[in-house]
Ligand binder design. Structure first.
Ligand code: NIG
Ligand code: FE
Length: 389
């Protein structure tokens, strides 16, 4: 993670949306024909587009009221127990049309691209009934075709227990396993299946059942693990070979071993700990323990209302003991690994998608160091220069 492979005075040649050549400009001469448009990055840093491997970017309504309540001392869990939190977003999403959900998500996607994000995973989980979960999933799936950013759809039907099933978690899990997952699987709507493994939500046994059903239908497992308590999600992730286990604020040493043994990417979400004023995941213990660490935003209206990957990198460095080099790797190549996409994006390598950023900074460390400002001058997606509307 420390080794960035920096090339000074470099050039990148993109062809058909892919990286065709990268190297020092001195060996670049003679390769350009007249019809190849050139973009001058003199004095700037060129880096791979950010891969935001964990978001809840499709939602309706807002939780600004709860933000105010939290600033006056109420906790995220207290608000959730009183019917706010995820359940309040669910009420808004159930009332929203697919068109409206797609419109607001597309606007966020553009805004995130302006800040350098070129690949975004988006989860369902604010419907929690058959119609709304599928509406979300179809919407996310359609954005994949319609939007410039690479969108990766994840089915998160087991995100919370809907009010209709308040006293019947098993019944809700049956609905997820018997109805939602087979429908999504048959239509190939989701790449991943995720679950919120947490006390008061889905315990490890129920989480395993959901992820196993997802696997049967071709969805790779991901998991929200050890966020509010040590609920065994990391051990489960290791055992079933999840692609990533995310959050991990309360991971135990045994959990760290399980992730390493199972080759599970640890998806850290610095913005959540920052925004909720919770403890941070033990990034150092994970990295030093041989686990591949990714950093993502978890963009959602409740626990992190930000999709700024550079901000996540700043928090990773100042609060979690990660180096600027580790933070950059975590936000790009390891993010790609958390989405099973490390062969196609996350670094500037020949044959990968030409997802590039031109950042107006003296060197890469300024991305995290000079925080709260957008340093991205250009975002290039699949070789196309983004025209910011
Ligand atoms: O990743 N932990 C569960 N889900 C989200 C929060 C979603 C919300 O509060 O709306 C998370 O933090
Ligand atoms: Fe999340």
């Amino acid at each position: 993670m420390q080794e960035l492979g920096i090339i000074r005075d470099a050039g990148v040649l993109c062809r058909d949306g892919k990286i065709a050549w990268v190297g020092p400009m001195s060996s670049f001469e003679g390769r350009l024909s007249d019809d190849v448009p050139e973009l001058d990055g003199a004095g700037a840093v060129v880096l791979p587009g950010f891969v935001d491997s964990h978001t809840h970017m499709m939602f309706a309504g807002d939780r600004a009221g709860e933000f105010g309540m939290r600033s006056r001392g109420k906790s995220y869990q207290e608000i959730a127990e009183q019917g706010g939190g995820i359940l309040s977003t669910i009420r808004h999403v159930r009332a929203a049309s697919k068109k409206d959900l797609k419109r607001s998500t597309a606007a966020y996607l553009w805004a995130a691209m302006k800040e350098g994000t070129t690949t975004v995973e988006i989860k369902t989980g604010y419907g929690l009934d058959m119609d709304t979960e599928i509406r979300m999933l179809e919407g996310i799936h359609e954005l994949r075709e319609e939007e410039m950013a690479t969108v990766v759809p994840t089915f998160l039907g087991a995100h919370a227990i809907p009010p209709e099933f308040r006293d019947d978690v098993q019944g809700y899990v049956r609905l997820v396993i018997d109805k939602m997952i087979p429908y999504a699987g048959k239509k190939h709507l989701a790449v991943f299946c995720d679950v919120f493994c947490e006390r008061g939500y889905f315990d490890a046994a129920l989480s395993e059942a959901v992820l196993a059903a997802g696997k049967t239908w071709g969805m790779l497992p991901k998991i929200h693990a050890e966020e509010l308590s040590s609920a065994g999600g990391a051990e489960l992730a290791g055992r079933i070979g999840a692609v990533s286990a995310d959050h991990l604020e309360h991971i135990t040493p045994a959990g760290i071993n399980a992730l390493r043994e199972g080759h599970v990417v640890a998806g850290l979400l610095p913005g959540v700990s920052f925004f909720l004023n919770h403890g941070y995941a033990p990034a150092r213990a994970l990295i030093d323990g041989g686990v591949a660490v990714a950093v993502a935003s978890d963009f959602n209206p409740g626990s992190c209302m930000s999709y700024s990957m550079p901000l996540m990198m700043t928090i990773a460095c100042t609060q979690m003991g990660m180096t600027p080099e580790e933070a950059l790797t975590a936000a790009t190549l390891h993010g790609a690994a958390a989405l099973n996409l490390s062969g196609t994006c996350g670094s500037i390598e020949v044959g990968k998608q030409a997802d590039l950023l031109v950042a107006e900074i003296p060197d890469y460390r300024f991305l995290a160091y000079h925080f709260g400002a957008n340093h991205i001058r250009h975002t290039i997606k699949n070789g196309t220069l983004l025209e910011i509307p």
